[in-house]
Design a protein around this ligand. Structure first.
Ligand SMILES: Nc1ncnc2c1ncn2[C@@H]1O[C@H](COP(=O)(O)OP(=O)(O)OP(=O)(O)O)[C@@H](O)[C@H]1O
Ligand SMILES: [Mg+2]
Length: 266
């Protein structure tokens, strides 16, 4: 079990809305290895967002357990869990859109301030992160003064500024045109390779899915294919080597593009 950033077993999650009961997750088991980039795919309503919320501790679970880097997430008290999230996880979720009244750099500073970093240090690191995203000259812009792709890069900067070991992304390219979506996925693959951070991303795009090490397919609250070989064999040296998920692409981020290329292209 060593080297697993996520080890989830038997996750059940049921929503009750009035008289309607929705079993959103039914006994989900999922492992993600350190440094792995996995894509979760499946039809609308199959439970992808619910799974991200449950794995990241944003939502409670009804049964099962989630270990993040060996730590039992749902056994923590709320405050402890929030703190753990702020320090160890990054989020690229629509629910966490950029705050419209804060500039790009102020948005990026937020998670640092929440985890107790001093304002001057938070500012320094945020400027550095925006620079890495090719957005140094946009730091003072409000979100409304940025393009969709630039906004998404600010969101990624915010997710990464704490140097989290895992980044959760729910349809990170969903609202973007295909070219900008390509740039964003290039950027995430680059960060995954350069820093060894793990990414769990939900996507409806097969193109985005193909860039991940592994595609996990969900249907009706269950994982119907976890992208591993039938015998469960995994090459322990290279997360990418397990990508027999039909993508035919074992080299994520292989477009050669990186954040500074993108910056230069602007
Ligand atoms: N807060 C909630 N209260 C009640 N039911 C919910 C809630 N959140 C999700 N559901 C239900 O749980 C199921 C799974 O929803 P979820 O948002 O996880 O789907 P999804 O796979 O992310 O879909 P999409 O691709 O459309 O985003 C759906 O049937 C949905 O209606
Ligand atoms: Mg969703």
């Amino acid at each position: 079990m060593a080297d697993l950033i996520v080890h989830a077993s038997g996750i059940d999650k049921t929503y009750y809305t009035g008289k309607v009961k929705v079993q959103a997750l039914k006994g989900v088991n999922l492992d993600v290895r350190s440094g792995e980039m996995v894509a979760i795919m499946g039809p609308s309503g199959c439970g992808k967002t619910t799974l991200l919320n449950c794995l990241s501790g944003l939502d409670e679970i009804d049964a099962g357990q989630v270990l993040i880097d060996g730590v039992l997430l749902h056994a923590m008290h709320d405050d402890e869990r929030s703190d753990y999230r702020a320090r160890r996880m990054g989020f690229v979720f629509q629910l966490y859109n950029l705050l419209p009244v804060l500039s790009a750099v102020e948005n990026v500073e937020l998670p640092l301030l929440v985890s107790g970093v001093s304002p001057s240090e938070a500012h320094r690191r945020s400027v550095e992160m925006l620079d890495l995203m090719g957005l140094a000259d946009r730091a003072r812009h409000l979100p409304a003064e940025l393009s969709g792709g630039q906004r998404q890069r600010v969101t990624i900067a915010r997710a990464l500024v704490n140097q989290p070991s895992i980044i959760w992304a729910d349809e990170p390219t969903g609202d973007l045109d295909s070219e900008t979506a390509g740039e964003i996925i290039d950027l995430m693959c680059h960060l995954n390779q350069a820093n060894g951070q793990s990414f769990v991303l939900v996507t409806h795009s097969q193109e985005v899915g193909n860039r991940a090490h592994r595609i996990i397919r969900m249907r009706d609250g269950q994982i119907e294919d976890d992208g591993f070989k039938a015998d469960g064999f995994l090459d322990s040296q290279n997360p990418g080597s397990s990508s027999d998920s039909g993508s035919g692409n074992s080299e994520p981020g292989n477009s050669g593009s990186n954040a500074s290329d993108m910056a230069a292209g602007e």
